[in-house]
Write a protein of this length. Sequence first.
Lengths: 420, 461
Amino acid sequence: MAVTIWFCLVLVICLGMYVVLDGYDLGVGMLTLTERDVITRRQLIEVVATAWDGNETWLILFGVTLFGGLPIAYGAALPALYVPIVVMLLALVFRGAAIERVSSTVGVPRGWGLAFGVGSLIAAFAQGVTIGGALSGIAVTNGQFSGGAFDFITSYALLTGVTTVAMYGAAGAAYIHLKTTGALRARAASLGRLLTLATGVLTLACAALLVPLTPVRIGAAGRATTVLAVIAAIAALAVLAASLWAFGRRPDKRPMMAIVAAEAFGLVALALLYYPTVLPPSLTVDQAKAPAGTLNVLMIGLILSLPVLLFFSWYAHRVFRGKYREAPATAVPAGSGRVASTAAYSPSQPRRHRSQRPRTLRWAANLMWIVAGTLIAAVSVGVFAKTPTGEVITLVALVLIVIGGSAVWLRDELRHADAE
Amino acid sequence: MEMASPTLLDVSRWQFVITIVFHMTFPAITVGLSVFLTVVYGLHLRTGKAVYLQIFRFWKRIFAVGFGLGVVSGTVITFELGLNWGRFASATGPILGPIIGMEVVTAFFVEAAFIGVMLYGDGRVKPRTMLLSCGMVALGTVLSTLWILAANSWMQTPAGYRRDHGRFVPDNWWSIIFNPSFSLRFPHMLLAVIISAALFVGGIAAYYLVRRRHDQFARRTFSIALGVLALLIPVQFFYGDKVSFMDADYQLPKFAAFEGDWDSTNTGYNLVVIPDQPHQRNRLQISVPKMGSVISGDLSGHTPLPGQHQIPRDRQPNSWSVFWGFRVMFYAATVMLFAAVTSVVLRLRGRLFVARWFHRLMLWLTPLGVVAIIGGWVTAETGRQPYLVYGMLRTDQGVSLVASPTVLASFFSFLVLYLALFGTWIAYVVRTVRRGPDPRDLETGPPGSTSDADVVGAMEA
């Protein structure tokens, strides 16, 4: 039992880290759609380019932890939410490709800039729909999904989709507020206030409609948990209100901190209300969990590595801390257009042969060596290794080939290093 | 257990095929490339030569996009295990979940933490931090290869588990991870990805040698790539041979299918076969006499190779894909071995950088490593059919019961998106190569000469 609770805690941490980190990441992506200026757009893409990979890895960790720890839930929930998850994945592929593609060239190729923005928006909406679809209930019989492909489309799922978009947008605005200066920061502040307000209103709507619209049973884990959940929810709304005030004021990191806190409190509230259900209406943690051998190993691995993972995420942001700056001129990828080589072509000095043999003979000799070498190498490593003695012969041959190969290579490498 | 309709099974399998093949083309290059980048950056720091920095910066541009595409397409695979193979996920989650979980925490996070510094830190952080980041990314990619091969090898040769109501329950983690095929398949795959990166890098260097552009850059790159190729391809032949004969012990249907015989009388080695599985025979068969016996260790030439008639029909894998997947890999490897030996001979003759026919050949061989890897995986995966977990869980028992039209729609979405992305990836590589390395990089001084402290200071401000 204790392991199960700890496991759920780890699962919530993974999801929370994902929402916090990729939330701002996707949010910045959507907000590029409001930018017309190419230079600003590029700046915004560069702002997330250094960390998006690490942020998205939390999603993979969440998925895999679910796969290992609650295999029944994983095997039933993913087919049930097939459509929104596939859409989310396609969008994530699209925008990830766009980030790397844009940051490896000069300027913003128009299609890729759009792909980044639209991909982020769709991914965020699909994530919200996935959560809402799960909350709306999944038909499970005998540990397998037994509903239809479009069961996930409920009014509640659409509401959570829109809420997620607003929340990620607010987080994105807070991040831009943190990382930029001047007009961009000011615009982020006003957009951020708007989006935060929208998030607050939509979240209240989600909370109010949770009981009438979904089969989630509130308070299944006891009165104390429910009280805690309500406190967490109030705290979430309070910090959200604080971020409304913090946008546009110094220090620049305050809106980001407030929104991160709001997301964390909100998730805690949701998790407390939810526990011990995994998939509403009826699948619980105890029914869905993996055998103890797996849970223990998974828990040991995760608890040992979580501090390191948190450190990594911190480090990836720490290296590029402070306001965004252009990289120094020397490190900018080569300018546009084709650049002619400066190094003039100079054939290397062919080694003089001891005797100036005719060309055909030299060719024949080379060919002989090549064919003989290929055959000897292929046969000596492949054929004999079926008996213990053969194995020894093969290994000796292999070592000789590798030593010979490295000797030839290194000698050549050194000779050319001296010549240059 | 409820049976899946044939269409659902086929579409789910085809979707997995396109998503995994698309994904594989990226790690096939980026694992080796990350090691290569670490080495050249280290060489730059040690020797202070600008050409190594130029090599680093050029390949970093191709690596960045390839790595990003590898990450996002890999995310798809993780979720596909639940999306399309939910019953498989429920049954094997207790075993494969922790293994892939270890991959995420020891590999993905390490890569993700340092990839930002590696790609965007040049000139912003200290050179030593750069080197550390490159090394960590390379370590991450190698660890990723290790864990994913542990997971796949367990599916090929399951060990260390017991069954409980159809689920696989772990008994002994040591034997799960070090299952019989892992110790051979992991080095086989690691060598394969490094070799395919060497061919990729060497092929593009050969392009500049052919075009007589960026001479210094091309020579250094070409030399390193062919040095690595010449060292590793003989070792790869050794491991490849080991892996294929391991199948004779553990997965006879696969072994019989990739040797391409039906009755167990052929002592020759089949070069070309057109199998006719419905009639359980070959329509065309060209073989080298006695060679089949020789490769299986009987030099007298009297031992026949096992044929597919020994296997009941419903347990035979598709003989087409298994045979030709294997042959594509094997023939590609033979060409690579030829190229490697040629490079040694040319090096000894001092003609490595002037033999233009060889540069043209290497240019053509640029994608060969990736082709060989895909061939090998087609053999490994289709040869395991009709099972997901060999001998234990059939593929039709693992598929999610999602409505076929939904899967068909997602299949076409992935197909279209991936074809488009693959096209732009190729176009990007071609354009980057045409543009070439930045000659201005050659003018930069030795590392540390520009005041890095100022740059770091400026970042902190």
